[in-house]
Each structure stands twice: as structure tokens, then as C-alpha cells.
Design a protein around this ligand. Structure first.
Ligand SMILES: *[C@@H]1O[C@H](CO)[C@@H](O)[C@H](O)[C@H]1NC(C)=O
Ligand SMILES: *[C@@H]1O[C@H](CO)[C@@H](O)[C@H](O)[C@H]1NC(C)=O
Ligand SMILES: *[C@@H]1O[C@H](CO)[C@@H](O)[C@H](O)[C@H]1NC(C)=O
Ligand SMILES: *[C@@H]1O[C@H](CO)[C@@H](O)[C@H](O)[C@H]1NC(C)=O
Ligand SMILES: *[C@@H]1O[C@H](CO)[C@@H](O)[C@H](O)[C@H]1NC(C)=O
Length: 305
């Protein structure tokens, strides 16, 4: 297999583009492994501790308001008393406004110390690179985390329920464990009309192994490192969640379905007591999060357990 990427000398996007063309690859082919450089990093977050949960939240450079809402709501590292959590936002470089946004990102990063960025273009078809960057960060800088969650930024997340009911800090951390909303018996969409188009050149098989919906899934820390490792040896595809499923398939590890729709990957009208017994609800923008959060915080006092 190929060696894992190391800190490599600076490169130019032009060189990368030429390399892609020279290799005769499809434009949607994700370029990996490759020595992407960290433009923003937080290597010391786990120096003093082994967190119970690392939250890796996928955002775009421009998502300042989204990150702020998440910091104040489900991304609050001290939201679950007695449980050590680390929150990180993952981002790439804006394809057009990279330079002006970089200046803002650096300020935001200096203030909150929770942004990790590599020098790949932040596009939908490069999303897998963000997940892999997050797993690289865990492998290098936080290898003793018990669990890692990859989350989209447009979700409502009940971290208290996730930690206390599903993961249970009082128990030894699970090994080779991954859970979320599991898709089985699906395959790539071959029509170019879809945002989720996967060309045959990128992924030839007609089916995907079972995988967890990318809105939010949880991996045990050991598995996060193994997925990162095996990803160095595979052809990376542009659907990040299906790709993690492919990694698990290669590792011979199966996904665990979460009990009874705890990961609600469709929209759901806010209701305090219903939400108090779910892990995740999809499609919550920053305004919605800030609106429902104060009520939600009080919910554990009023809802029947
Ligand atoms: C995070 O939660 C703690 C404990 O509930 C609270 O004191 C703090 O203000 C919260 N931080 C933010 C940014 O909302
Ligand atoms: C992904 O990022 C690389 C590196 O920045 C870039 O060359 C490539 O065009 C991007 N791919 C897509 C599909 O946006
Ligand atoms: C992780 O745990 C091992 C074994 O307990 C320890 O030797 C190592 O220093 C820890 N690493 C970090 C980065 O905390
Ligand atoms: C893809 O198909 C090949 C040939 O049938 C098979 O050997 C391989 O295991 C499949 N890969 C996945 C990820 O399903
Ligand atoms: C309710 O949840 C909040 C935030 O997670 C926590 O600080 C508080 O202790 C909980 N209250 C009860 C009664 O469980």
C-alpha cells in the first residue's frame, strides 16, 4: 500500500490539478492520499486529557453564524457535566473567496481555538476530504478519545442523550463500533443531475456496503484511527458517508443500527419531550437552534423519563 501522508513541502493547486489530469482521472475523483497541509490546526487539545467524545463538525469557511450557534448550543464542550468533550469545526478553502475569508477564519480561530483547516478546495465533492482530515486529526492529536462523532452543521444534536444513554461513560469504551442511521442495500446514483452523482470511474460497484447517514454518526476512537489508516489504501469516493462504509467493509467491521430511530435524519417539528429522547434531528439552521435551545435545556426537568 501507499504510505500515509506526512507533513509535505508546500505545493500549488496548479500542480495538483495537473497531477489529476496527468493521471487521467475523472474531475470528481477525490485526490487522496495527498499531502494536504493544515492551514489551521489545534494539535494540543488532547495533550492533557483523553476526551470521552470528540465532535467533528463539518462547516464551510463562510459559516460564521452557524459555528457561533453551535458553540452556544449542542457544541458547548461543558454541556454534559463530568464528561470531557472536544469540539472542532472542519473546513477547507473557499473556492473563490479563499483569501478574504482566510483572514476572518484566522480571527475566529484565534478567539475560539476550535477550527481545523487544510488547503483543499471546500466543495461538495471534496467533502470526504473533510471527514478524512477530522480522522487524521484524531489519529495524530487525540488518539485516546473514547468516541468520535462526525456531524453536519445543520442538525439538532442532543449530546446529553447521546453520551448518557447511548455511549454511557461509566462503561469501558466500545471497540470497532460505529452507529447512526444505517442505510443498507443502496448504491451510487449514476445520473449527473444529482448532487450525489458518483461516476463509474470513481466507484465502479453498483452497491454500497451498509453505512451511516452523514448527517451524524459515531465511531469508537479505535475505529476512527483504523478508518483513517485504511483510507490511505483505497480509492476515495466523493460521498463521504458511503466511503466510511467502504472503509468498514475493508476492515471487516459491521455498523450497528441505532435503536428505534434515535438518529432522525428527516425533518421533525420541535417538541421538547420528543427531542429529549432523540440523538439527532436533521435540518436545523442556526436561528432554529438558538430559538429552541433554552426550552430544550429545561426539558429534562419537565419530560417524563
Ligand atoms: C456552556 O455551558 C456552560 C454550562 O452549562 C455555560 O456556563 C456556558 O455559558 C455555556 N457556553 C456557551 C458559549 O454558551
Ligand atoms: C478538491 O480539492 C482539490 C485540492 O484543492 C482541488 O484540486 C479539486 O479541484 C477539488 N475537487 C473538487 C471536485 O472540487
Ligand atoms: C494515550 O494512552 C496511552 C496509554 O494509556 C499513553 O501512553 C499515551 O501517552 C496517551 N496518549 C496521549 C496523546 O494522551
Ligand atoms: C466491489 O465489487 C468487487 C467485484 O465484485 C468486489 O470484489 C468488492 O468486494 C466490491 N467492493 C465493495 C466495497 O463492495
Ligand atoms: C438538565 O440538563 C442540563 C444540561 O444538560 C443539566 O445541566 C442539568 O443538570 C439537567 N437537570 C436534570 C434535573 O437532570
Amino acid at each position: 500500500g501507499r504510505a500515509p501522508p506526512t507533513e509535505s513541502p508546500p505545493h500549488s493547486l496548479l500542480a495538483l490539478g495537473s497531477a489529476l489530469i496527468a493521471r487521467g482521472e475523472h474531475p470528481l475523483q477525490v485526490v487522496y492520499p495527498y499531502g494536504y497541509r493544515f492551514l489551521l490546526n489545534e494539535p494540543d487539545k488532547c495533550r492533557e486529557r483523553a476526551p470521552f467524545l470528540v465532535l467533528l463538525v463539518v462547516t464551510e469557511p463562510k459559516d460564521v453564524a452557524v459555528r457561533d450557534a453551535i458553540r452556544q448550543t449542542w457544541g458547548n464542550e461543558s454541556a454534559v457535566p463530568g464528561v470531557s468533550m472536544v469540539r472542532l469545526f472542519l473546513t477547507g478553502v473557499h473556492p473563490r473567496f479563499g483569501a478574504p475569508l482566510q483572514w476572518l477564519l484566522e480571527e475566529e480561530s484565534a478567539l475560539h481555538r476550535d477550527i481545523v483547516q487544510q488547503d483543499f478546495l471546500d466543495t461538495y465533492n471534496n467533502l470526504t476530504l473533510k471527514t478524512l482530515m477530522g480522522l487524521e486529526w484524531v489519529s495524530r492529536h487525540c488518539p485516546n478519545a473514547s468516541y468520535v462523532m462526525k456531524a453536519d452543521s445543520d442538525i439538532f444534536l442532543n449530546v446529553g442523550f447521546l453520551v448518557r444513554q447511548l455511549l454511557q461513560p461509566q462503561l469501558p469504551p466500545k471497540k470497532n463500533f460505529m452507529t447512526g442511521h444505517v442505510y443498507r442495500n443502496t448504491g451510487p446514483l449514476r445520473s449527473k443531475a444529482y448532487k450525489w452523482y458518483v461516476p463509474r470511474e470513481v466507484y465502479p460497484n453498483d452497491t454500497y456496503p451498509p453505512y451511516c447517514c452523514g448527517a451524524g454518526y459515531v465511531l469508537s476512537g479505535d475505529l476512527a484511527k483504523k478508518v483513517y489508516g485504511v483510507a490511505q489504501t483505497l480509492r476515495v469516493i466523493n460521498m463521504e458517508d458511503a466511503f466510511v462504509g467502504i472503509c468498514l467493509y475493508e476492515l471487516g467491521v459491521s455498523v450497528t443500527s441505532s435503536p428505534g430511530g434515535l438518529f432522525h435524519v428527516f425533518q421533525l417539528e420541535y417538541e421538547t419531550c420528543r427531542f429529549s429522547k432523540l440523538v439527532l434531528v436533521h435540518r436545523y439552521g442556526p436561528a432554529d437552534l438558538l430559538r429552541v435551545w433554552p426550552d430544550f435545556q429545561g426539558g429534562n426537568k419537565t419530560c417524563p423519563s
